[in-house]
Design a protein around this ligand. Structure first.
Ligand code: CAA
Ligand code: NAD
Length: 282
């Protein structure tokens, strides 16, 4: 039974995942680097809930119940009594490994460790801990309050019991899980991110404007949003990290990141999170 969930990283994914968990009755603690970041994240969460109430999609009691289930911390120590730790920090293998190594010494032995990584090997991150059997990928989609899918990904040593607990939990919180074997990007990102990368190459080659590339994929393929707007939503830094993992894992040049993508990340144009990406959000 999972009742206490410790979420590391209250950014765009962690915050939404925590909201979904809290709505399903789980006790959620968010951990982020500073009180300022946590205050900003909680203000964003509150604003989102207020919007739902204003639209008549949520009542005040539900909002209050969600908020009552949430606490925040800048420490790792409160993870000690968690049943599940869910990590949603930057897509960098060394930073994730350092975090889980520290958590391994803090959390109770039966606590399950889950990563929301978009592309990194579950086995590789799990190797930083002494509980590889309790380590799993629990991959949500952005925006996690809305998107139904969770990819539940086994590492080499993930036990059947851990898999079943996380698969069942995904269904319990209202998501629709699939079982995925480990491979760079799993299922969705293996298909989606190279498509986004190709759209950036089309832009780079000057074949069409950003607006028209997105219009093409919306009207020509019925995608809900164009690939460049989606890159801005995901975060260009995350898209680049994912392409670089694909390339490093396969040495296949078809996964070469678009030069324009790398340049924009180097220049701090990360999409919605910085206000500017392929489109302007300021
Ligand atoms: N955060 C939270 N909620 C959001 C949101 C956001 N950024 N954007 C929209 N929503 C909510 C709205 O509040 C609304 O909720 P209600 O129905 O309860 O009112 C609902 O989503 C629909 O929103 P809108 O009517 O404003 O807009 P829409 O119908 O165009 O839908 C969308 C917005 C759901 C984002 C839709 O455009 C969409 O599905 N886009 C594609 C998203 C996608 O592909 N995500 C996967 C990215 S890849 C990934 O996540 C994996 C990875 O590892 C990188
Ligand atoms: P983000 O930049 O919005 O949030 C990351 C948060 O983690 C930030 O608030 C940062 O301050 C915090 N953080 C960094 N190091 C930390 C640490 N050691 N302890 C606590 N907090 C720390 O990133 P995001 O878009 O939410 O992505 C998070 C993870 O989820 C990544 O692995 C990403 O690949 C994955 N993911 C992203 C998306 C997406 O569409 N953005 C979708 C699915 C999965």
């Amino acid at each position: 039974m999972i009742s206490k969930v410790f979420i590391v990283g209250a950014g765009q994914m962690g915050l939404d995942i925590g909201q979904v968990m809290a709505k399903a009755g789980k006790k959620v603690t968010f951990r982020d680097m500073t009180d300022e970041i946590l205050a900003k994240s909680m203000a964003k969460l509150n604003k989102g809930l207020d919007k739902q109430v204003a639209k008549g999609k949520m009542d005040e009691d539900t909002k209050a119940a969600i908020l009552a289930n949430i606490s925040t911390t800048t420490e790792l120590a409160p993870a000690a009594d968690a049943d599940l730790v869910l990590e949603a920090i930057v897509e960098n293998v060394e930073i994730k490994k350092t975090l889980f190594k520290e958590l391994d010494g803090i959390c109770k032995p039966e606590c399950i460790f889950a990563t929301n990584t978009s592309s990194i090997s579950i086995t590789q991150i799990a190797a930083a801990t002494n509980r590889a059997d309790k380590f799993i990928g629990m991959h949500f989609f952005n925006p996690a309050t809305v998107m139904k899918l969770v990819e539940v990904i086994r590492g080499l040593h993930t036990s059947d019991e851990t898999f079943k607990t996380v698969y069942d939990l995904s269904a319990e919180i209202g998501k629709d899980p699939i079982e995925v074997k480990e491979g760079p990007g799993f299922v969705v990102n293996r298909i989606l991110i190279p498509m986004i990368n190709e759209a950036i190459m089309v832009l780079e080659e000057g074949l069409a404007s950003a607006e028209d590339i997105d219009k093409a994929m919306k009207l020509g393929c019925n995608h809900p949003m164009g690939p460049l707007a989606l890159a801005d939503l995901i975060g260009l830094d995350t898209c680049l990290h994912i392409m670089d993992v694909f390339y490093a894992e396969t040495c296949d040049s078809k996964y070469r990141a678009a030069r324009l993508l790398r340049q924009m990340v180097r220049g701090g144009k990360l999409g919605r999170k910085t206000g500017v990406g392929f489109f302007d959000y300021t």
